[in-house]
Design a protein around this ligand. Sequence first.
Ligand SMILES: Nc1ncnc2c1ncn2[C@@H]1O[C@H](COP(=O)(O)OP(=O)(O)OP(=O)(O)O)[C@@H](O)[C@H]1O
Ligand SMILES: [Mg+2]
Length: 270
Amino acid sequence: MNGRSDVTSHPVGDGSTPVVEVRSITKRYGSIHALHEINMKLFPNEIVGLVGDNGAGKSTLVNIISGALEPTSGQIYVSGREVSFKSPSDARDAGIETVYQDLALAPDLSIWANLFLGREEIVRGPLGWIGWLDRKTMMQRSVGDLERTRIRISSVTNRVGRLSGGQRQAVAVGRAVAWGSQVILMDEPTAALGVEQQAKVADLIKNVAGNGTPVLLISHNIPQVYEICDRILVLFHGRIIAELRPSETHVDEIVSWITGAALFGAKANA
Ligand SMILES: Nc1ncnc2c1ncn2[C@@H]1O[C@H](COP(=O)(O)OP(=O)(O)OP(=O)(O)O)[C@@H](O)[C@H]1O
Ligand SMILES: [Mg+2]
């Protein structure tokens, strides 16, 4: 068996140790300084919004935490222990699940196969050394996983390549929720969704966080971020320039940090 866990049975930390912490993360792509000395903590039960304009560095930060990119410098800690990820599977083994901006689904595979990609259930043969894929179990679990996302989807045997953008997004979110045991990182999980589906994903995120698993949510949908996040971090040219709490801010103020107007004063609005 692998590390599959149920959304409803996540252990909740003691609240004092961050589930994930990054310290002084810097990333350079040649001469481009994409991230400067980023410090961030994610605590149990939190939904943390990560917002910023196009190119601010949001995906770069998520890709570093999810093992898809190596930082130029800095450290990552999971439950207080320093980790060094060489690949996304290292991060997944540490309980970090990610819905990538490009979704990272395999279009030629079925919905259920995508949900189990890289973590297939194997039935052991009689001698224990031969095994085969337990398709029936995986298909049954896939139905349950997608039911939990409360997003209506066609049969789990359909190929992902035939789904709409929004349905693909539902599969990607469903996969993260089904497997995420420590933290879920979401890079624009609602970008391609209709209004009703966006609301369902928002409920799903609240549900996941309510069960203990912190969610880092990247989104350009500022009203939604304002509505569902406990804290909002604003990235501007690779630096976190503001940490806002919805109870102490409003949508216009968040936007003015994103555009830099709040940094540079009224002139930046002109
Ligand atoms: N592979 C790469 N090689 C060179 N530069 C890159 C690469 N990936 C990203 N960048 C640069 O790093 C900066 C941050 O990009 P990133 O993708 O993290 O932005 P983002 O905040 O996710 O933007 P968006 O909202 O458009 O998705 C940008 O200036 C971008 O051009
Ligand atoms: Mg991005």
